[in-house]
Design a protein around this ligand. Structure first.
Ligand code: ADP
Ligand code: MG
Length: 696
């Protein structure tokens, strides 16, 4: 064999690594380790410190390494199977080693053997004991432990039933040097200096076998930067590609059309809305498709801006699809559009699931012939038999509640429609940059005039009666109230039953003289519409509802909201909910009832009492619950990040974004020799998304 040639290459299949057979290879593939080099990026979730100790200095509760001679071995049969214990001595004393349910250990160790043992220390019958220690056999004349030696750290790797952390650790450490030799630096050294980043090879080494704790964070930071940079490069390249290669039909806006559209609204737009409109219009008049996110707090008037855009499209004889995540929300949009478009010639309709066959057929025909201008709907819009004749604009509401595929499908209903997404879940900057990094962002940061700030209070068990009394007083003034009851999963029969029971309790015991209605997601559409109609008309005083009312419902006369078991919701969701009140001129009141006096919970909810700034609340939510939870459980297109953390690495993310932009401006295809590694890694990680970059 050629001595200069490594035993393997990082790109070799994992199966060809010594010690990995076909079965092990399958287990490793399940962990995403397909090539040998993937091992390098399979990082420990934490490191365990292993202090080298003499027996007399063992401390209970620590994980320690001792070296000594085994003087006796015993097997015992117990309730939990066969356990093995041994006595270990060094120059300073004796301790015992103990393995639960591990009869095979008695074959591996025997009296007289010198071993290094690492394990957690506990006290047993007044002498120290290592529990389930890991054992390495040493030569008989091995040196005793040198306590001045630096502590060792061992990586604890995410493991599965099929493959343990130790097995992974062993595989990595025995091959680490050969792997590291082949790691190339991604950036010129000036760049490392500017960003204060250590070399990649060093960072990988430290992650797998640190010699001290101080090194771990700089190493992690370097690898996090790499991860974020690749992600930003991929995002920017996709966006660049879209701009270069997709042409949309530019829409035209005259002063006359503008006036005609504005006349549809019984108010003048706020400054923030005007700004949003002009950004949107600017996009619509281009020859490449608009790709914009319109974000702003609940009730700030996004729908109005979207409708403006829709009417520009219609004036240009293009069709518009507006897609919402729930039927209720789609219905709400359809209602408000109907209201704004009363007596206009614009044809609009609602497409949701469960329509009568003939109604559905007529609707589809209207879409296909182009007779319909605006279609509002749920994901029913993306079914195969929905064919638009001239789709020019797609509006998606709360897009993070749709899967990636659903978003792609609605856009594919036209050749290259303009695309506008609305979100009332204010998305923290860092998250927006990663999840929606290819969208331009417009923020509406002003509420229409005359809105009062909702007063919010956290209510413990002792203050409930008083709260209900307060709500009854508001009802006496002719105002209305929501009571929100948590159903996390609308298909859960038990939860639904609990909501129904609560509804009965409220109508009989709490609001005996008022009209109370119930609204939940499992009701038939006409039942739901009837309840909503009654509430809007004021025939119901109280609406007991699940979170189906989260978005879109607009009843200005409703001034009170009581949220039961508020601790079960995320902060952003609660903020959304309370956006349903205080929509008129009267003061709104929101009561967050908690089942307990739990201080952490109440402190968390207290954030809502202290601010009405949706962005602050979202940041707090992100910090407390993590991005996945915050955006909801759907496939939200969150990138898989191994080392980077969107919460703590915000600054790094901004660096990565800036640097990715600079790189692409200088070398769009990353063709320059100094970008070879970056390009290679980019294709390896994001090749699927970047198919259009020719490989090579
Ligand atoms: P969002 O979609 O952001 O939640 P909407 O567009 O549904 O907000 O508007 C919320 C409410 O505010 C609606 O009742 C709407 O009629 C009203 N509204 C919107 N814009 C204005 C405005 N410029 N002036 C007064 N009221 C407005
Ligand atoms: Mg809305």
């Amino acid at each position: 064999m050629n001595p200069d040639r490594p035993a393997f290459r990082l790109t070799d299949d994992i199966q060809y690594l010594r010690g990995v057979g076909p079965k092990r290879a399958i287990d490793l593939r399940k962990l995403g380790i397909g090539a040998i080099g993937d091992l390098l990026e399979y990082f420990p979730s934490r490191h365990e410190r292993q202090e080298s100790r003499t027996i007399e200095n063992l401390d209970e509760g620590t994980t320690a390494t001792v070296v000594g001679r085994i003087t006796s071995v015993r097997r015992q049969r117990g309730r939990r199977g066969i356990s093995v214990s041994a006595t270990l001595v060094d120059n300073t004393g004796r301790c015992s080693l103990y393995w639960f349910n591990a009869s095979w250990m008695s074959d591996r160790i025997h009296q007289g053997m010198t071993v290094r043992a690492t394990g957690k220390v506990r006290e047993y019958r007044e002498s120290p004991q290592l529990v389930n220690p890991k054992i390495t056999t040493l030569d008989d004349d091995a040196a005793p432990v040198d306590e001045s030696e630096p502590d060792r750290f061992e990586g604890v790797y995410p493991a599965t039933a099929a493959i343990s952390s130790q097995a992974i650790s062993k595989l990595i450490t025995t091959n680490l040097d050969t792997m590291l030799e082949q790691v190339e630096e991604w950036y010129p050294s000036e760049h490392l200096q500017t960003r204060k980043l250590p070399p990649r090879r060093w960072a990988l080494d430290v992650m797998h076998r640190p010699t001290n704790e101080r090194d771990v964070e700089p190493a992690r930071r370097r690898l996090a930067y790499d991860e974020l940079l690749l992600m930003q490069l991929a995002t920017l390249l996709v966006r660049h590609h879209r701009r270069q290669n997709m042409t949309a039909r530019p829409l035209n806006l005259t002063e006359e059309i503008d006036l005609r559209i504005r006349r549809r609204f019984p108010f003048s737009l706020t400054q923030a809305q005007d700004r949003a409109v002009s950004e949107v219009v600017d996009d619509l008049t281009q020859t490449r498709p608009m790709n914009r996110m319109l974000q702003g707090d609940v009730g700030c008037g996004k729908t109005v801006v979207a409708l403006y855009a829709a009417l520009v499209a219609v004036a240009n004889k293009a069709q518009v699809a507006i897609m919402a995540p729930t039927e209720l929300l789609a219905e709400q949009h359809a209602h408000s559009i109907a209201r704004y478009l009363a007596k206009s010639r614009v044809k609009h309709d609602l497409l949701v699931g469960g329509l009568r066959a003939t109604d559905r057929r007529n609707l589809l025909e209207g879409i296909e012939t182009g007779a319909l201008d605006i279609v509002v709907g749920t994901h029913a819009l993306i079914q195969n038999d929905v064919r638009f004749s001239r789709l020019g604009l797609v509006v998606v509401d709360e897009q993070h509640r749709f899967g990636v595929r659903q978003r792609a499908m609605i856009r594919s209903k036209g050749p290259a429609p303009h695309y506008l997404v609305m979100t009332a879940t204010p998305i923290p900057r860092t998250l927006a940059m990663t999840v929606f990094g290819d969208l331009d962002v417009t923020t509406i940061d002003e509420l229409p005039p005359g809105r009062s700030r909702v007063q919010t209070q956290v209510i413990g068990p002792a203050e409930q009666e008083e709260t209900w009394r307060f709500v009854r007083q508001r009802l006496e003034q002719g105002e209305q109230a929501y009571v929100v009851y948590p159903i996390i999963d609308e298909s859960d029969k038990l939860e639904l039953r609990a909501a129904t029971t609560e509804f009965q309790r409220l109508s009989e015991a709490v609001f005996p003289v008022h009209q109370v209605g119930l609204l939940h997601g499992r009701m038939k559409r006409d039942e739901r519409e009837a309840v909503m109609r009654d509430f809007v008309a004021g025939e119901l005083d109280v609406l007991v509802a699940t979170t189906v009312i989260e978005v879109g419902i607009d009843v200005p006369n409703a001034t009170c909201m009581v949220v039961e078991n508020a601790e079960r919701y995320g902060l952003s969701q609660l903020h959304q909910l309370r956006g349903r009140i205080g929509r008129g001129r009267r003061q709104g009141f929101c009561f967050l009832m908690t089942g307990s006096d739990n201080a952490t919970n109440n402190e968390r909810l207290g954030v809502l009492a202290s601010t009405t700034d949706g962005f602050k609340i979202a940041e707090e939510d992100l910090r407390l619950r993590g991005p996945g939870e915050m955006l909801g459980t759907r496939q939200h297109g969150l990138p898989e990040l191994r080392v980077a953390d969107l919460i703590q690495d915000g600054e790094l993310l901004r660096f990565a974004q800036r640097d990715a932009g600079d790189l692409i401006r200088k070398d769009t295809q990353l063709r320059r020799p100094e970008h070879r590694m970056l390009r290679h890694m980019l294709m390896a990680k994001h090749g699927q998304t970047l198919k259009f970059l020719d490989v090579g």
